[in-house]
Each structure stands twice: as C-alpha cells, then as structure tokens.
Ligand binder design. Structure first.
Ligand SMILES: Nc1ncnc2c1ncn2[C@@H]1O[C@H](COP(=O)(O)OP(=O)(O)OP(=O)(O)O)[C@@H](O)[C@H]1O
Ligand SMILES: [Mg+2]
Length: 271
C-alpha cells in the first residue's frame, strides 16, 4: 500500500470491506487506528508507479505526503490541485459545515485515510442496513438524516448515493460515508438526485414506521433552497402542498405502495 511505502502508516491491520469501487482497510499509525479507503482505479495506477518510479521520486512523494498530512498551506494546495478528488473535497467541506461525516486525514496516491467510525465496543460501526430498529428509532434517525440533508444542501452538496448502506451507526450517532459521487447542488438534475437520495431513506425507514413513506421532505426542502430561504435550522414539516392543487390521495397511496415494495425488494424479499 502506498501509505506504507511513504511511511504514513505503520501497519495494515486488516481488511474491512471490499466494495465495487473501493477496498477499505484498518490501518495503524503508532497507537492510532484509521480507515484507508483504496479506490480500485487508484490501485492500478499505484501499481504502475511502483514499476516505473525511481527511488528519488518516491522520497519526494513521501515528503509531499507528509506535507499533505499536516495542515500546512502547501498541504492544502497539494490536496486541492494534484490529487483533487470529489470525496476528499466533500468530506472536508461537509465536516466544516457540521455534517456528521468521518474526519478525513490524508489523501495520498489514491488512498484516503480517515477516522474509523466505531460502535460502543470500539469496533467498526455497522451500517444502518445491518441493524434492527424500533419504530421510534426509525423516526428519530429519519428526522436526523433529513436535517443532515439540509446541512449538506446549505453547503451546496448533494450526496448522490444516500441509503442505508452508506450510513454508519456509530456510538455517538449516525455518520454519513461514501462521497465519490457527490454533486454540486447547482448541477443539472440536482433536484432529481436529491429526491432520489431522500426517497431511498424514506423507503428504508418506512419499513419500521410506514407513515414516513408519505412524507414529502425532498420537495419541501428544495422549495426553500430554490427560494434562498433554506437555513441549517429551517423548520420542516414533511408536507408539501402545491398552491392551488388539491392533494391527490390516490397518487400518494400508490406511491406508498411502490416505495414499500421497493424497500422490501432491497431487503431481499420478493413480492
Ligand atoms: N470511516 C469508516 N469507519 C468505519 N467503517 C467504514 C468507514 N468507511 C467505510 N467503512 C466501511 O467500508 C464499507 C465501504 O465503504 P464505502 O461505502 O465508503 O465504499 P464503497 O466503494 O461504496 O464500497 P461499497 O461498494 O461496499 O459500498 C462501508 O460500508 C463500511 O462498512
Ligand atoms: Mg458504500
């Protein structure tokens, strides 16, 4: 692993997950444990580097890496220019905006070093998808994540793959992960992406508290955002009524059915 070669970590302790786009390892530096997310594409690139680069180049890279790990201006510039990466940018920006994300430490040669989110025993936290919820927990988590979505939107970012698979249940609460596909709130079809994210969460929590399926947070939040009225603490109701139109009860009910079917299918149930 490039982090080992560059002396940024002491040991790769084990592998946490191997997903479609990245592999996640637990690594140790002194007595501090962190996650190393290795992007698949970067893996290949690093392999090329290893065979092509001379010793001298590696020393230079290593010094650069140390600069990046520190909070020096050089470090920030390196992060921003040479290894610009959506996930790193999003993590730094959102962390600063009060969104619950793991703290990012270093991005070097396509490997992202970040804080491990842990459970009460100090082990890597489970994903939302791995835990069972009471209806009240589901309501509370859903409400919390709607607020997180507001904070992200206030910072100009939409997650783009928000679901029970990318939210960890840490001992201090929920933490949102996995940002490589994050989009700017000004992007084409930003609302469509935002709505899909929030509907995915509603479908998940709706299994435990079905009334969540009928909420309309995406439209409600987006309208505030578009009108320049969205604030981190804007009150939300979960309801949205287009002016002059009566609520179409049948359409809402059939949407609830669809969302429930979808959620069941994602949990491995067949209709
Ligand atoms: N900071 C972290 N703390 C604890 N566990 C983490 C952390 N980051 C990632 N993980 C674990 O690694 C898994 C994969 O991470 P992530 O979702 O960022 O990558 P991915 O490319 O989307 O992989 P996948 O395709 O498996 O979702 C997560 O589901 C989670 O279990
Ligand atoms: Mg993921």
């Amino acid at each position: 692993m490039p982090l080992l070669q560059a002396d940024l970590i002491d040991e790769v302790v084990g592998q946490l997950q191997s997903g479609k786009e990245a592999e996640v390892y637990v690594v140790r530096t002194g007595d501090v444990y962190r996650c190393a997310k290795v992007y698949k594409e970067a893996n290949q690139r690093t392999f090329k580097h290893r065979t092509q680069y001379t010793e001298g180049r590696q020393v230079r890279s290593s010094r650069k890496a140390r600069a990046m790990d520190s909070n020096s201006r050089y470090g920030r510039q390196e992060r921003e220019s040479e290894w610009q990466n959506t996930e790193v940018d999003a993590l730094f920006l959102l962390g600063g905006a009060g969104v619950q994300v793991p703290q990012a430490h270093t991005f070097y040669e396509g490997v992202l070093l970040l804080e491990i989110v842990t459970d009460a025993d100090g082990d890597p936290a489970p994903r939302l998808n791995d835990v069972d919820l009471t209806p009240d927990q589901a309501r509370e988590y859903h409400k919390f994540l709607m607020r997180q979505a507001v904070l992200m939107l206030c910072a100009g970012i939409i997650h783009g793959d928000l679901s029970e698979f990318n939210v960890l249940v840490g001992h201090k609460g929920l933490v949102i992960i996995d940002f490589p596909q994050a989009v700017q709130a000004t992007a084409n079809n930003a609302f469509g992406i935002f709505e899909r994210d929030l509907k995915q969460l509603a479908a998940f929590f709706g299994q435990y508290a079905p009334e969540i399926l009928a909420t309309e947070y995406p439209k409600e939040i987006w309208k505030l955002y578009q009108n320049g009225k969205l604030k981190p603490d804007s009150p939300l109701t979960g309801r949205f009524q287009q002016s002059g139109k009566k609520a179409d009860v049948n359409a809402v009910l059939s949407e609830i059915d669809d969302a429930r079917d979808e959620a069941m299918e994602r949990r491995g149930f067949r209709k």
